[in-house]
Ligand binder design. Structure first.
Ligand code: ACO
Length: 320
């Protein structure tokens, strides 16, 4: 088989909703400030007993059902997460077990922070096109609320928990047309959670720290560059893209990127208002939304793009 094709999508948000008005009671902020700077209205917070693999399980079941396959057909599980259940084993192995998939091909996590889903999708595509897998489950799942300092208003208002999943299967027709990944570790301190475990204790700051303005400028620059790169390599223009499905970090980053590319916001899938920045889960969450409400239709060109801590960034071009 020459290509891989997305044949099902699914997503899951935890039941507990935290609105901007709720946050006004926790830190010195306001609903209006958060909406005007980020576009976020509410975010979902995982229950104490919910781990990234539990969120991933719900999203995966929905994707499996939408694809009309059995879980036992899945021979590759990739979970993009920056908030895994444990240091090890991988959340992918835990998810594989929860789905009842027994010894069927590889299962591993990808850690590329908010760039994680495009990294995972690109990797799964290469596995399938290389003949090493036929049916892949690709998930982004995060419980970032546990890495937030709830006294730091510059970060705690921006993030939320959730999961999204796709089933990618070998196909004679496209499918995934192209993928492009980048990383530049020189920018590692712009967005970081430094903590690590040593001798049974956390060393360093375990909470998310971010230079917001630097991230903003960097994100708009590299997202525009990678989108232009993918379009040029495939002899396409912005007008050939039916839907841009960006990482849902911040409405202003999405607007600035769309403007640089000459794309109307009418062609950008935006769901950030309802779940905030869910890191690697945000693209499959937005994608599932637009697939289920009928915006995304067969034959359309869809462009997924993301940037995240590392820094990592990339784009995947899909013919639906
Ligand atoms: N509520 C009220 N006021 C706040 C808040 C808040 N939650 N947070 C910061 N402020 C204050 C600041 O203290 C500052 O006050 P001062 O002028 O008295 O010093 C003022 O608001 C302006 O602060 P700035 O940092 O200049 O605000 P800015 O307009 O840059 O918006 C933001 C901050 C939203 C973080 C912006 O920089 C941004 O969007 N950055 C991108 C970061 C992002 O989206 N990261 C997501 C993770 S990265 C990723 O996914 C790739």
């Amino acid at each position: 088989m020459k290509y891989s094709k997305i044949i099902g999508t699914g997503s899951y948000l935890p039941a507990k909703v935290l609105t901007n008005y709720d946050l006004e009671k926790i830190v010195d902020t306001s609903h209006d400030w958060i909406v005007s700077r980020s576009g976020i209205v509410e975010r979902h917070i995982a229950a104490d007993n919910e781990m990234a693999s539990d969120l991933a399980l719900q999203a995966s079941r929905r994707a499996i059902e939408a694809a009309g396959i059995g879980a036992d057909e899945i021979d590759l599980v990739i979970v993009a997460t920056t908030s895994p259940d444990k240091m090890f084993p991988s959340t992918a192995c835990i998810l594989q077990d929860k789905l009842g998939i027994r010894n069927r091909g590889a299962a591993f996590d990808i850690q590329a922070v908010c760039g994680g889903f495009v990294y995972a999708l690109n990797t799964a595509d290469l596995y399938i096109r290389g003949g090493q897998a036929r049916t892949a489950l690709v998930v982004g799942a995060e419980v970032l609320s546990r890495m937030l300092d709830w006294t730091d208003r510059t970060t705690c208002v921006l993030f939320g928990d959730g999961a999204g999943a796709v089933i990618l299967q070998a196909s004679e027709t496209p499918g995934i047309i192209a993928g492009k990944l980048h990383a530049d570790g020189r920018h590692q301190n712009m967005l970081t959670a430094d903590g690590n475990i040593r001798h049974g204790e956390i060393q360093g700051d375990p909470f998310i720290k971010m230079d917001g303005q630097a991230v903003f400028k960097f994100a708009v620059k590299v997202l525009s560059e990678v989108v232009e790169e993918v379009l040029a390599e495939n002899n396409l223009q912005g007008s050939d893209i039916s839907w841009l499905v960006p990482h849902q970090a911040n409405i202003r980053i999405m607007e600035a990127t769309a403007k640089k590319l000459g794309l109307s916001m009418d062609n950008v899938v935006v769901t950030v208002a309802h779940h905030g920045n869910t890191s690697s889960a945000s693209i499959p969450l937005a994608l599932d939304n637009a697939v289920r409400d009928g915006r995304i239709k067969p034959g359309q060109n869809i462009l997924l793009e993301a940037v995240g801590g590392g820094f990592t960034w990339g784009a995947v071009l899909v013919r639906w």
